[in-house]
Design a protein around this ligand. Sequence first.
Ligand SMILES: C[S@@+](CC[C@H](N)C(=O)[O-])C[C@H]1O[C@@H](n2cnc3c(N)ncnc32)[C@H](O)[C@@H]1O
Length: 220
Amino acid sequence: MSKESNNLVKTASEEDQNKNIQNYYKLQSKIYDATRWTFLFGRKKLVRVLPFDKNAAIDILEIGCGTGYNLKRLAKAYPNAHITGLDVSEDMIRLSKKQCRDFSDRMEFLQQPYGPNQPPVPKKYDAILFSYSLTMINPHWEDLIRHAVNDLKPGGVVGLADFHDSRFLWFKKHMSNHHVRMDGHLLKLMKELYEPVVEEVKPAYGGVWEYVLFIGKKKA
Ligand SMILES: C[S@@+](CC[C@H](N)C(=O)[O-])C[C@H]1O[C@@H](n2cnc3c(N)ncnc32)[C@H](O)[C@@H]1O
């Protein structure tokens, strides 16, 4: 099943994949916040379980920040943090800036893709978060997870909230129409590269799918 489901999501060159995502979010950005709270579980907890003192002056980067759902919560939870939102979609970044305008003095935005073949980010971070972005980045998700190690400060953490897997092929097929791959593939690599601090796989909608929450420390 896992081999078959690996083929469900159409893969493309990095350039084409980024164009596909940009096109997808031209329309989806307009209904994103109204719809996604009903099924993107674990995002609030991802912010809550970060292992930092609430007053810490930390640098946080979210890859695929979308409309700024997490950025806003991070800014409230960490009043001294400097927060960077990176996203390949101009439409999503525009909404993010709007949603986070109260925190513009300590927030910056980068409209670009992330990864080893892309423009480098400007500094090193205490935390790099991936929230429902990696399952959409196919087949390059692995490059991004590996690349984040280099952009973390010593002792920094990576955070993940995302779809994990489903036992129903019809559901995986449905999600592949939205560019999403669900094969338990993210957690496996995260655990290889980072020291687990938080690791949870939870059922959603009575077990139609599972989502994953992971915080991992950069290995010394
Ligand atoms: C499902 S949304 C998640 C948004 C937000 N993180 C959240 O939790 O609501 C996925 C986001 O990842 C972005 N994205 C996809 N591929 C990307 C890439 N290669 N580099 C940066 N952002 C990317 C998309 O444009 C989109 O805004």
